[in-house]
Design a protein around this ligand. Structure first.
Ligand code: FHN
Length: 420
């Protein structure tokens, strides 16, 4: 599918050609690494610790004085993502605690000025990503628990908090976003979050999105507002739900629109480092999530919370090494594909690349599977793993593929169909 400017024109925003190309590239990448890392990581209790444990802002801020991620190594992180088969990284530049994980002129509460580390890990990451051909996107929180101009908890009237200084806060975000887009070369996406905390303010998205696209028209803007896409956005994301599902309760209002899709989920139960969270997902669960997303035409952004010293815990590296091995053998059925018009089936999903359709059997059903509504004529069916030919029967209502006698893969048996 090749999109034209009019395909995506909603409201007054008409994406530039570079943006449309970036959307294609984004959809081709399919698998990304989400990173939640901040001064909260020190406490090992997730990124919401300040709020959940009612830590006063002035006390919480002291954590910056202990943040010395001496073992942070951008090369290691990028290699970790690459060897798992990921093509892009989305990292928290500033989370709800308001701490900037990058050098910024617009707040002293940032990693370069407020920590003994005095370095900018996002700059190192940006350089390394560019070198290694990994795309970099920045997560940016709209919600801020500490800044007086945001005035968290304030009553909202006429689109503004009654307390604080809303205009100053909007200007602050614009200033920081300008830094993130102009100083960090190669940045291709901004991932907003926290809109849901203030549904009735005027976030000035027209100005903010307009600014971003003026600075760099290719930048993909997404906003985790859990609603249908708004004017000026370039991709639609889902949190902890595959598009079309709503296990979380977040996705009820986010009807699937026409933009590229992404879904995020975390490797255990926490986004930021949580020392007490052992609910690790298995490599099989992660692969199923990735394949399930691809079959629904979405990217999968898998999150990890690195430790405060900058290292990634071994449980995560072990699991993702297995995912990486799977990708080495099966990635042709993931990268550059789009979801099929055949909806997800009890046995799995189909991904499509030109005249090839990849049938992913994640839940074997017996001796055959049935693909309902298969439109194109199938000329050949082979197993991706060994190119062995499979028998099939095509009827007007769909295609039967016979799987008796083949060794089913315990994770995902991929059948490659050639269609006319
Ligand atoms: O509150 C955040 C949470 O900390 C995390 O960043 C996730 C990631 O999708 N988003 C928010 C919850 O919607």
């Amino acid at each position: 599918v090749f999109y034209t400017a009019t395909t995506f024109a909603q409201g007054s925003y008409a994406p530039a050609q570079e943006n449309l190309e970036q959307r294609q590239k984004f959809q081709d990448m399919k698998f990304g690494l989400f990173i939640h890392w901040g001064i909260y990581s020190i406490l090992g209790d997730g990124e919401w610790v300040m709020h959940n444990k009612h830590i006063p802002y002035d006390s919480y801020k002291r954590l910056a004085g202990f943040f010395t991620p001496q073992q942070f190594n951008a090369k290691e992180w990028v290699q970790f993502a690459k060897s798992a088969g990921m093509k892009y990284i989305t990292i928290t530049s500033r989370h709800h605690d308001g701490f900037s994980m990058f050098g910024t002129k617009f707040s002293p509460y940032n990693i370069v000025d407020a920590t003994p580390y005095h370095k900018d890990p996002l700059m190192e990451l940006a350089r390394e990503c560019e070198k290694e051909g990994i795309e970099l996107h920045f997560y940016y929180s709209l919600l801020d628990w500490g800044r007086p101009d945001y005035a968290f908890g304030s009553e909202i009237r006429n689109g503004k908090p009654v307390k604080g200084d809303w205009d100053s806060y909007i200007q602050f975000m614009k200033n920081q976003l300008t830094e993130l887009i102009t100083k960090y070369r190669g940045v291709k996406g901004i991932w907003f979050d926290g809109d849901w905390e203030r549904r009735n303010v005027n976030w000035h998205y027209d100005e903010i999105y307009g600014l971003i696209h003026r600075l760099n028209p290719a930048i993909m803007i997404g906003n985790n507002h859990h609603l249908a896409p708004k004017d000026g956005e370039d991709f639609q994301m889902f949190e902890k739900d595959l598009p079309g599902e709503n296990h979380t309760g977040f996705s009820g209002d986010s009807k699937i629109g026409a933009l590229p899709l992404e879904t995020c989920e975390t490797i255990n139960g926490s986004w930021g480092f949580n020392i007490n969270d052992n609910t690790f997902k298995s490599s099989k669960q992660i692969i199923h999530y990735l394949v399930g997303a691809a079959g629904r035409n979405a990217n999968f952004l898998l999150n990890i919370g690195p430790m405060p010293n900058g290292k990634i815990q071994p449980e995560f590296t072990d699991t993702l090494a297995i995912v990486g091995k799977w990708m080495q053998k099966n990635s042709e059925s993931i990268y550059d594909t789009r979801g099929s018009y055949v909806p997800p089936q009890p046995w799995g999903v189909i991904t499509v690349k030109g005249k090839t359709q990849y049938v992913h059997i994640m839940q074997p059903q017996g001796n055959y599977i049935f693909i309902p509504g298969q439109k194109e004529k199938v000329s050949k069916a082979v197993l991706l793993s060994n190119s062995n030919t499979l028998k099939f029967k095509q009827l007007p209502e769909g295609v039967f593929i016979y799987t008796d006698g083949i060794a089913m893969d315990g994770v995902d048996t991929v059948i490659k169909l050639t269609v006319d």
